[in-house]
Design a protein around this ligand. Structure first.
Ligand code: ZN
Ligand code: ZN
Length: 82
């Protein structure tokens, strides 16, 4: 099950569970579409995996399985994976 992290690791923009502009890698490093596309080239800077659109969790399922409230932010900012 996905954690559904609440923010972009680059710019700290809110990414609620129904955001269509959330992007994740297989480890669930989470970014907004703007950072993913303009800064990161759709490659995760942490693990160099692909960033893809995060699926929406329907509201009724969020009642059962809440989204993560733990914000993750890259301390040294974002840059493209080497
Ligand atoms: Zn961002
Ligand atoms: Zn990653």
């Amino acid at each position: 099950m996905l954690e559904l992290r609440p923010n972009c690791e680059c710019c700290d923009r809110d990414l609620p569970p129904d955001a269509t502009n959330a992007r994740i890698c297989s480890y669930e490093c989470t970014f907004c579409a703007t950072c993913a596309e303009t800064i990161l080239g759709s490659i995760c800077p942490n693990c160099t995996g692909d960033l893809v659109q995060r699926p929406i969790r329907p509201a009724k399922m969020l009642l059962r399985h809440a989204a993560s409230a733990t914000r993750v932010l890259k301390a040294d900012g974002c840059r493209q994976a080497a």
